[in-house]
Design a protein around this ligand. Structure first.
Ligand SMILES: Nc1nc2c(ncn2[C@@H]2O[C@H](COP(=O)(O)OP(=O)(O)OP(=O)(O)O)[C@@H](O)[C@H]2O)c(=O)[nH]1
Ligand SMILES: [Mg+2]
Length: 331
């Protein structure tokens, strides 16, 4: 079943806001569609969703960490806790299950665990591709769709070292899941290669001494005050398979969300994800040279952050400006 082509974008956005699965699935497909007519429809839809999110609700959570650390298993356990607490959860699993880790798709994990057939959970897997540090450029608009339909949106992505996904620039709260016994996470944090997460988790605590050692090492390696300010980064132990520490993790995640809301930071953070996305889209289309033409990355991001007008319209204006400058026609 699919929605009729001609459905008005306000009605479309309203159906997503009611959490209608068909509308959500259709919107995610639309965002993946590169054809011009689909892009125009997607832009109109996003404008409605952005308007509805002017006073942002919902919680956008990034779960990252090395392959096989247990991100999917832990996410499934967290989702079970959130469902018990009455929250509806949308999931975007980016580049799920690296072949080397023996990890399973998050969707499979969910089917195996508590949420089978649960209408309050929606999982979408997407390939990693493009310029976005391994993340698809569609992650931001897709997260917008998910936020309109769910209380909590979780993005799972593999993150190891420098070249990896900067998921922290797209999420309200970032959890880094570390693997016991692997010194990589400690080294990366010390060297400043890993963006500091809001919450550090050592999963597989059931492994005993080796997990406790990693917990101590990570605690010592970490600059506890988060660069965002006003937040001491907690280091937690969980066992996703034994379901220990998961409720405590859910509590800390909620506390971070509460802090963001009480300091009225959510709206400006959400705006910065959009600015970051526009910058990456322009880079994808016009290369670094295009960004230089607009004054460079820093200036562009600063300019986007303070724009009053609809950023999607502004993005189209910037595209047109670059097409004119490069002597091409605006597609
Ligand atoms: N002992 C133990 N094993 C775990 C735990 N959590 C996950 N695992 C196992 O670790 C392996 C990888 O788990 P996944 O949840 O797929 O890990 P992932 O980080 O999502 O993996 P990728 O998405 O491939 O990067 C599986 O065999 C899990 O059963 C845990 O708390 N304790
Ligand atoms: Mg996984």
């Amino acid at each position: 079943m699919s929605l009729p082509e001609a459905i008005d974008s306000a009605d479309f956005a309203a159906a997503i806001g009611r959490g209608e699965r068909v509308a959500i699935a259709e919107a995610l497909n639309l965002l993946d569609d590169r054809r011009k007519a689909s892009r125009d429809r997607a832009t109109a839809l996003l404008a409605h969703l952005l308007h509805a999110q002017e006073n942002p609700t919902g919680h956008l959570i990034g779960v990252t960490g090395p392959p096989g650390a247990g991100k999917s298993t832990l996410s499934a356990a967290l989702i079970a806790v959130w469902r018990q607490r009455g929250k509806r959860v949308g999931v975007l699993a980016v580049d799920p299950s690296s072949p080397i880790s023996g990890g399973a798709l998050l969707g499979d994990r969910l089917r195996m665990q508590t949420s089978a057939g649960d209408d309050g959970v929606f999982v979408r897997s997407l390939a990693s591709r493009g310029q976005f540090g391994g993340l698809s450029t569609e992650v931001w608009p897709m997260s917008l769709v998910m936020l309109a339909g769910f209380d909590i949106v979780l993005i799972e992505t593999v993150g190891v070292g420098q070249r990896e996904v900067d998921i922290s620039r797209l999420c309200d709260t970032t959890c880094y899941v570390a693997q016991p016994g692997s010194g990589d996470s400690v080294q990366f944090l010390k060297a400043g290669i890993l963006e500091v997460p809001h919450i550090l988790v050592v999963n597989k605590a059931d492994m005993g001494a080796v997990a406790r050692r990693t917990l101590a090492e990570l605690g010592a390696a970490l600059q506890r005050e988060h660069p965002d300010g006003h937040w001491q980064v907690p280091v937690l132990a969980t066992s996703a398979t034994h379901c220990t520490g998961v409720e405590a993790l859910a509590d800390i995640i909620e506390q971070h969300h509460y802090e963001l809301r009480s300091r009225h930071e959510l709206a400006s953070r959400r705006r910065s994800y959009q600015a970051y996305w526009i910058h990456k889209k322009l880079q994808e289309e016009f290369g670094s040279h295009g960004i230089d033409q607009l004054g460079g990355e820093e200036a562009l991001l600063a300019q986007l952050q303070v724009q009053d007008r609809n950023l999607l319209e502004y993005y189209e204006a910037l595209r047109q400006r670059l097409y004119q400058r490069f002597g091409g026609s605006h597609p």
